[in-house]
Design a protein around this ligand. Sequence first.
Ligand SMILES: Nc1ncnc2c1ncn2[C@@H]1O[C@H](COP(=O)(O)OP(=O)(O)OP(=O)(O)O)[C@@H](O)[C@H]1O
Ligand SMILES: [Mg+2]
Length: 347
Amino acid sequence: MANGPAETDSRPDTRPPQGVFASHAMQRVLRIATEAAPSGIPVLITGESGTGKEVLARIIHDRSGRPREQFIPYNCTGTTPEIADSQLFGHRRGSFTGASDNALGVIRSAHGGTLLLDEIGELDLRIQPKLLRMIENQEVQPLGQPRPSKVDVRILAATNADLDEMVRDKRFREDLLYRLNIIRIHIPPLRDHREDIVPLVMLFLRRYAGEQNKKEIRLSGDAIQQLLERDWPGNIRQLANEIRRLVAFAKDGTLITPDDLAQSTASTGLPRSENGAGARSSRDTVTISADQPLPAALEEMERALIIRALLAAGGRLNAAAGRLGVSRKGLLLKRRRLNIDALLASK
Ligand SMILES: Nc1ncnc2c1ncn2[C@@H]1O[C@H](COP(=O)(O)OP(=O)(O)OP(=O)(O)O)[C@@H](O)[C@H]1O
Ligand SMILES: [Mg+2]
């Protein structure tokens, strides 16, 4: 059988996810996203600010089989309904004063691919019926164009607003919510999946040290413990920014201690962890989800300890093995078995 031309960019992405999905809760999020990806059905992604809604939307797109570069995010915030209308649906030249050229609009420019409607709760009520028609009929009618044009666009929507409440308050159309809400994926706040904090720290340390050309930057056990105990109201984005800042101020070979964190705690107004006299020994604690079978819980604990030792040793295997009381070879084998490198796959 003759081989056809390679269509590399329209095959679903089977690489490890771009990001950290180590905890039970985030593995579940990733599993639902992966299952939903090829279907073409709208997906509504909800979660607080900075939890990774756009990251997840991209993963859904990458695993959908649609051409990889054809992912268009559109932010529904902060524009007039007239501008949103023409940005989304396009217009014909001369269709209103100032329309000096034809405009394709983001929906048609996403043809064949995926459109992420970010902050969908901000979409003006006057535009919502037009979007509903587009989703129902897979066609758009640009301003000034006599007939609608057919489009093939996968719709993803993201929001940190409570759309159900907005429907009750008549600020969001119920029929549109039904259309968008066929599959809903909620990403929990970081404080509810703290098991991901250490792998995230490791990923961000590697990323920002690489970007800023810094070498051997490590965190002390106490510093890691403090990061584990914070509430992170700005979620993963806030953690990423914190690590970026720490790396920016660190010299090659620095061991970051709780003192280095204290400054940012003061500046962001976050609660300090309470490790007063008599409190449990902070550096010897790992947090794992109790809601899982014993073998999975043991694996999670092993993974958390290994990642933490690697982090404290600045990624040096011998030193990490020494801390854990295992041989270098044993650590390498465990790292492979527990899939630690794949979990830490960076962007
Ligand atoms: N699972 C993850 N692994 C690694 N990094 C992540 C993950 N999720 C989010 N991030 C990082 O956190 C930051 C925020 O992610 P993202 O923009 O997707 O959040 P969001 O939920 O869309 O936020 P907002 O509501 O403010 O728009 C980005 O820098 C992103 O790369
Ligand atoms: Mg976002």
